[in-house]
Design a binder for this molecule. Structure first.
Ligand code: NAD
Length: 430
């Protein structure tokens, strides 16, 4: 049993905190968002993540989880201090490390004995050095400490499984003591543990996300080639993905990646490389293809409807991917804005992201379900591939739409079935 403090209770912090408590550790969670901490104290989970509420309830009942807004309180009662705060992109693409720096200082000021400070936030290479310098500077009691990097690879929507059964755990350390503590902490997970230096660990995270984004952009470029050639991208990527050297994960054509990680991490990695003196042109193309993909989808809608002005377009799915309520950099935001600019009326529904979307999207009519979106719509566009949409009754859908037009950005239906059901159906790369 270890005593752990996690600073930052976002998608990463909350899941890490809940899972570490489930592994019988005592975990204090700190956040400077007073409302969030109040909610958690009442047993309410501020985000949607499948399975999270149950784990939190179970571990709260067992007394292994506590919450506070005070970093000193968290630091004094723990041996390991994780930093899991946000590292949002600045306008030029570099990561904003203000929160990491602030937290490092507060942690240092509160330390009253040895602490292992572990960075879990996604940060540029060499951030560990800066964190160590900051801690040294504000380490009033001059106590021993170590800094480590332990990048997070969980995916929203399957975060609990990804944390409890990870493909690997990466630990970047500069001392045997730090390596030992983290290996002991993660021993119950029985996952491969890569122990490396801090800088390599930091690069592993950015490089992994950049390669995954590259696979998505590659599939989207293939989608275009397939459309031009009259081939089927889904069959092409299936034929490629079965090759173990390639793998089928993240090799899907669609409307591109979004969310709080890939866009910002690719942009940050380009900047990091530039600062180090390397022009990562390959990643610039990954970004370009991704940006274009959203607008190509809008163009597809326009080409199908001819005139978009005064048409009612129903949008199915708003979150950046299924099984989350996260709307950060979601393709739906750009697509809806473009349709509204053209004068369309937009109706929308998402199984989990309605509350967040209401704050981010103006002039949209939010509906209670997919059939309400479809009723009277001139076209439906599928933006997020929620399972709920795959189960739709297509006959019912066709009967209530003004025109049976579906433009599917996620290729969830079979074009032959859609034609048989009487739809004008457009999808990506086939
Ligand atoms: P988030 O925005 O959901 O959560 C960050 C939390 O930190 C918020 O609750 C915020 O209130 C808190 N915070 C910010 N500044 C603070 C401060 N000074 N003191 C205390 N609390 C503070 O972010 P997230 O999605 O959980 O991401 C956190 C980090 O993990 C980022 O670096 C991100 O790139 C990385 N990451 C995210 C994911 C993901 O899927 N979301 C996956 C892997 C890695």
């Amino acid at each position: 049993m270890k005593k752990v403090c996690i600073i930052g209770t976002g998608y990463v912090g909350l899941v890490t905190w809940a899972c570490l408590a489930d592994m019988k550790n005592r975990v204090v969670c700190v956040d400077n968002d007073i409302e969030k901490v109040k909610m958690l104290k009442r047993g309410k989970v501020p985000i949607y993540e499948p399975g999270l509420e149950e784990i939190i309830a179970r571990n709260m009942a067992a007394g292994r989880l506590t919450f506070t807004t005070s970093i000193p309180e968290g630091v004094r009662s723990s041996e390991i201090v994780f930093i899991a705060v946000s590292t949002p992109p600045k306008a030029d693409g570099t990561a904003d490390l203000t929160a990491v720096a602030m937290v490092a200082r507060e942690v240092a000021e509160a330390m009253d004995g040895y602490r292992l400070i572990v960075d879990k936030s996604t940060v540029p290479v060499k951030t560990g050095e800066k964190v160590a310098e900051t801690i040294k500077r504000y380490n009033r009691k001059n106590v021993d400490f170590d800094v480590a990097s332990n990048p997070e690879f969980l995916r929203e929507g399957s975060a609990i499984g990804d944390t409890m059964i990870p493909d690997r755990i990466v630990i970047g350390v500069s001392s045997k003591r730090a390596a030992k503590i983290l290996k002991e902490l993660y021993a119950p997970l029985k996952a491969p543990i890569i122990v490396t230096d801090i800088k390599s660990a930091e690069i592993i995270k950015h490089a992994s996300n950049s390669l995954l984004a590259l696979k998505i952009s590659f599939a989207n470029a293939l989608g275009q080639i397939c459309e031009l050639a009259g081939a089927n991208v889904m069959q092409v990527v299936e034929g490629m993905g079965l090759d173990k050297r390639i793998g089928k994960a993240f090799l899907n054509a669609g409307i591109g990646y979004g969310g709080s990680c890939f866009p910002k991490d690719v942009a940050a990695f380009i900047k990091i490389s530039e600062e180090l003196g390397f022009d990562f042109e390959l990643l610039k193309m990954v970004e370009q293809i991704n940006r274009d993909q959203r607008m190509r989808f809008v163009k597809k809608i326009e080409e199908t409807l001819w005139i978009v002005k005064n048409k009612t377009i129903g949008v199915l799915g708003l979150a950046f991917k299924p099984n989350t309520d996260d709307m950060r950099s979601a393709p739906s935001l750009d697509i809806i804005a473009a349709l509204q600019r053209e004068g369309a009326t937009v109706k929308a529904y998402d199984p989990q992201a309605m509350e967040v979307s209401r704050k981010m999207l103006k002039g949209v009519k939010f509906c209670k379900g997919p059939y309400e979106v479809a009723r009277g719509s001139d076209a439906l566009v599928i933006v997020t591939e929620w399972d709920e949409f795959r189960q739709l009754n297509l006959d019912k859908l066709r009967s209530i739409m003004a025109h049976p037009i579906i433009i599917d950005g996620r290729n969830i239906f079979d074009p032959a079935v859609m034609e048989e059901k009487g739809f004008i159906y457009k999808s990506i790369g086939r």
